[in-house]
Design a protein around this ligand. Structure first.
Ligand SMILES: Cc1cc2nc3c(=O)[nH]c(=O)nc-3n(C[C@H](O)[C@H](O)[C@H](O)COP(=O)(O)O)c2cc1C
Length: 559
């Protein structure tokens, strides 16, 4: 078998083996070994620390303004605004406390709140001026060009490498955000299925960065061409690594553009020039070990990570067809983006009687379609590969049943040919013309949705829940690394639903635990052309009054 064919076979085999089934869950640790619970915060001991200001309360951008391209005037490109981007994308949103146990929640969600995703900034030299606050030191003067690791717990940047080349090679008014994953953090709890969760979390983080950038009037674009090896070298993921410190796997780079001009581009050659220029440099800081022991090794995770590793590519950029603008009411005050982003939470349980008018439901579906200049999809330079299948439980004006949103018109004939021949494909009354949304079958799906979602009640008690069907086999034919991209797109879809649910006073929850093939059977899928990668529910959440909520940076500086 050729190398790429064997990688593809390994990825497909991993996907098959990591499916949950009603009679057999994917291999996991069984009982949790609390002794080896991973630290959710990576630090680089010895790296110089830049203590960032907390500015989210000062940002008044209405969330609704993000619906219209170029509506938000770009904020100045300085270190304070970069700090704001990280605060809103990957920063802490609150602490929760129950019976003496305290845990942090972040703007980006994570399966099991384990947070495998690490964030980096690659910056040119920037003006860094802010007054001393209760939580920060005063800053004055420039922040040197270089590679910085973001640590959300203390809202700091750790300087891993400072070098003027980083300023020279970045296009004007841009910087990079890099993401990597510590697979161990998820594997500790979820075993073999956890590689999928890491990828979904990356997708959530991409969308979180994109929304945060949009709130500042900035753009963000995922770079298609770099190889994983380029990203690893650029972020210094192997630099000063010790055998004890769990490895971070390189995921992706986002080019953040802070001016209003046409989209900038960063060719891979520039990254290679940069890498050549820093080969002999000394990196600062030693990564911390996150667990004292590792009871399980989960070798399949390392194998699939290699098989789904990305080589360098030269790919074209996809542009969406024009659509009517999003129907947001510019006169309605609406919440600030910074408020909505930080209030996002996962519902733990839902009111099983709550409803939603169809008009609000259709409005919530609309941003799932990609539009030029509208977050989060304008960060993705590829055509949509994920089509959400909805279990509509209690939308007033829609019959309960299974519905499908076709996010890419060209996929419709194949979906029609592949899904159950018994499906009706009826456009519901009142559905906007441009929304390719179809009723497939009328049926009460509450019991099925719960059973499919590892028996979790949230899938039945939500107003609606959904599974994200990926155009799986075709995507993987283009390269085994597309496996990860499918999950990233699904994670972005989840992040969008979290925020859109908050916008209409409801709440969402990601559902990583579901019985893959039971869902496929329900849809009449006989092969792996389409595979569901992520489930989700939206409803009226019931707050758990037993938990105490504390401010995001209440424990800043405490050990
Ligand atoms: C990829 C992913 C999968 C998840 N799967 C489930 C799930 O199956 N059941 C559930 O109750 N919550 C699930 N969650 C929600 C997480 O538990 C939640 O995001 C985490 O505890 C952090 O809380 P927060 O979202 O309120 O910040 C999932 C979240 C993500 C991002």
């Amino acid at each position: 078998m050729k190398g790429s064919d064997s990688h593809l076979a390994e990825v497909r085999a991993y996907h098959q083996r990591s499916k949950h089934q009603p009679q057999r869950y994917a291999a996991g640790p069984g009982q949790l070994d609390w002794e080896s619970q991973p630290n959710p915060f990576r630090r680089y001991a010895g790296a110089p620390v830049v203590s960032l200001p907390l500015l989210a309360d000062t940002l008044a951008t209405p969330f609704a303004d993000l619906d219209t391209p170029d509506c938000v005037p770009p904020r100045p490109f300085d270190a304070a605004q970069v700090a704001l981007l990280f605060e809103l994308a990957l920063g802490l949103a609150a602490w929760k406390e129950y019976q003496g146990v305290r845990w942090a929640l972040r703007c980006n969600p994570s399966s099991g709140n384990l947070h495998p995703t690490e964030g980096y900034a690659i910056l040119p030299s920037l003006e860094a001026t802010w007054p001393a606050g209760p939580l920060t030191y005063a800053a004055r003067g420039p922040l040197a060009a270089g590679v910085y690791h973001y640590s959300s717990r203390d809202h700091i940047l750790e300087a891993r490498l400072r070098h003027p080349l980083f300023a020279e090679q970045l296009p004007r008014s841009t910087f990079l955000v890099g993401l990597s994953s510590v697979h161990w953090r998820e594997a500790w709890k979820y075993g073999e299925r956890s590689y999928r969760y890491c990828q979904l979390d990356v997708g959530h983080a991409v969308a979180a960065v994109r929304y945060a950038a949009a709130a500042l009037g900035w753009k963000a674009t995922l770079l298609l061409d770099p190889a994983d090896a380029d990203i690893s070298a650029l972020l210094g993921l192997r630099q000063n690594a010790t055998p004890e410190a769990e490895h971070e796997h390189p995921d992706l780079l986002l080019l953040i553009q802070t001016d209003a001009g046409p989209r900038s581009h960063l060719p891979r050659e520039r990254i290679l020039t940069l890498l050549q220029g820093i080969t002999t440099e000394r990196w600062q800081g030693v990564p911390n070990a996150l667990s004292r022991t590792h009871a399980h090794a989960w070798p399949i995770i390392d194998q699939v990570a290699i098989a789904a590793g990305k080589p360098a590519t030269s790919e074209g950029i996809w542009h969406p067809d024009p659509l009517p603008p999003l129907d947001s009411d510019p006169t309605a005050a609406g919440p600030h983006a910074a408020t909505l982003i930080r209030q996002r939470r996962s519902g733990q349980s839902y009111d099983p009687t709550a409803t939603l008018p169809a008009i609000d439901f259709f409005r919530l579906l609309d941003p799932l379609l990609p539009r030029a200049g509208v977050p989060p999809w304008d960060a993705l330079p590829w055509s949509p590969r994920i089509h959400p299948v909805f279990f509509v439980h209690r939308v007033v004006g829609l019959d309960p049943g299974i519905y499908l949103l076709v996010r890419e018109a060209e996929s419709q004939p194949l979906l029609k040919a592949t899904l159950s021949a018994a499906f009706a494909w009826e456009k519901p009354a009142g559905c906007p013309e441009h929304l390719p949304f179809f009723m497939l079958t009328r049926r009460d799906m509450q019991g099925s949705a719960q059973a499919l979602s590892c028996h979790q009640e949230i899938a039945a008690d939500g107003i609606f829940s959904l599974g994200m069907l990926a155009d799986y086999a075709a995507a993987l034919q283009a390269g085994a690394w597309h496996y990860r991209r499918l999950f990233w797109e699904a994670g972005m879809l989840g992040q969008l639903l979290y925020l859109e649910a908050e916008r209409i006073g409801r709440r969402g929850t990601g559902i990583g635990c579901f019985f893959d093939d039971s869902f496929h059977d329900l849809l009449g899928l006989a092969d792996d052309r389409f595979q569901s990668l992520y489930h989700f529910t939206v409803g009226q959440a019931i707050e758990d009054e037993r938990l105490t909520t504390l401010p995001a940076y209440a424990f800043h500086g405490a050990t």
